[in-house]
Design a protein around this ligand. Structure first.
Ligand SMILES: Cc1cc2nc3c(=O)[nH]c(=O)nc-3n(C[C@H](O)[C@H](O)[C@H](O)COP(=O)(O)O)c2cc1C
Length: 307
């Protein structure tokens, strides 16, 4: 059986599958449980400095092909975030990715400084949530200048590896990727949810989300993820990517790694497949590698670019 361990920015992962930010992993207990179920690492939900209420219910619904959410980045704030990260580090040795968010460039520096003290393995910067525009304006990920400015202030506060989470909802994701790498990012996460989109109930004439609009995740966005990862890897071959968005099987995970991903973020698939997803997906990946005579998982990264 081919082993699935992989190095990402000098951090060792037992396998490349990591829990994506905001999905299931809200408490230290739920994040540790995801590791017990077979994830190679976990990402916290976006941590704010101050408590952040998020949007009113309903904030999420699912269909056969996609989910939509407008959670609105709800979070209890830094005090609780510190508690969660501290407890999690005691409960598991698996790599921990702390995802941070802020409404201003300066606040990104402040939250990064506080989170750095807790020494997660990686800091992921969320500048790309598409469902908080009414409150925060256009995401920083929509402008190369803003995205680079956020990266710079976070870089100044930490020596930990930084992954910047990019938005697919831009004209040129590669330009934004290059801007944040030039500003000091070590890695990229591609992608956050797509949209915003909108759905209504035709009988009640009410929107399905109280916020009316929300980000789209799950299998329907997978082709957008593959293209984003492919284009980013072509332009920035030395920058590792956490490929995220619609990965729903072992074959999907292998495909997105061949497009250029090093780690594979998994979120919505857990709503479709439940707790068994991690082991089943690892087995599928390992079987495929065995059958195709690959000795090391890292040999498949970026393979599509070599054909
Ligand atoms: C319910 C829900 C909550 C999310 N919350 C966050 C969040 O707090 N921070 C963040 O960076 N991304 C958040 N995301 C985006 C996911 O991390 C991921 O980028 C996106 O869902 C695409 O992956 P998937 O199709 O595997 O779910 C959230 C997604 C969902 C479905």
């Amino acid at each position: 059986m081919t082993k699935l361990d992989i190095d990402f920015c000098g951090v060792k992962f037992a396998n490349p599958l990591v829990l994506a930010s905001g999905v299931l992993g809200v408490t230290a207990g739920s994040l540790a449980r995801v590791v017990d179920l077979g994830a190679g690492g976990v990402t916290t939900k976006s941590l704010w400095r101050a408590p952040h209420p998020g949007h009113k219910n309903p904030v999420m619904f699912g269909t056969e092909h996609y989910f939509m959410n407008a959670v609105g980045l709800s979070d209890a704030g830094l005090e609780k975030g510190i508690e969660t990260l501290t407890e999690l580090k005691e409960r598991t040795d698996a790599p921990l990715i702390a995802n941070i968010v802020a409404g201003s460039i300066e606040d990104f520096g402040a939250i990064a400084e506080s989170v750095d003290i807790l020494q997660p393995d990686i800091i992921e910067i969320n500048i790309s949530c598409p469902n908080v525009e009414s409150e925060l304006g256009k995401p920083f990920a929509c402008s190369c200048q803003d995205a680079a400015a956020v990266t710079k202030v976070v870089r100044a506060q930490t020596k930990l590896p930084i992954a910047v989470k990019l938005s697919p909802n831009v004209e040129n994701i590669v330009a934004v990727g290059k801007a944040v790498v030039d500003a000091g990012a070590d890695a990229l996460t591609a992608i956050n949810t797509v949209g915003p989109g909108m759905r209504w109930n035709i009988d009640l004439r009410t929107p399905l989300l109280a916020n009316k609009v929300g980000g789209i995740s799950g299998p329907a966005i997978f082709p957008i993820t593959v293209k984003a990862v492919y284009d980013l890897h072509a332009a920035l071959p030395d920058t590792p990517i956490i490929a995220t968005g619609g990965i729903n099987s072992g074959r999907d995970a292998l495909e997105v790694m061949m497009a250029g991903g090093t780690l594979v973020g998994v979120g919505t698939a857990l709503y479709y497949h439940g707790d068994g997803f991690w082991e089943k997906t690892k087995q599928e990946m390992s079987d495929w590698l065995d059958q195709n005579n690959f000795k090391n998982l890292s040999d498949i990264i970026g393979l599509f670019h070599k054909t």
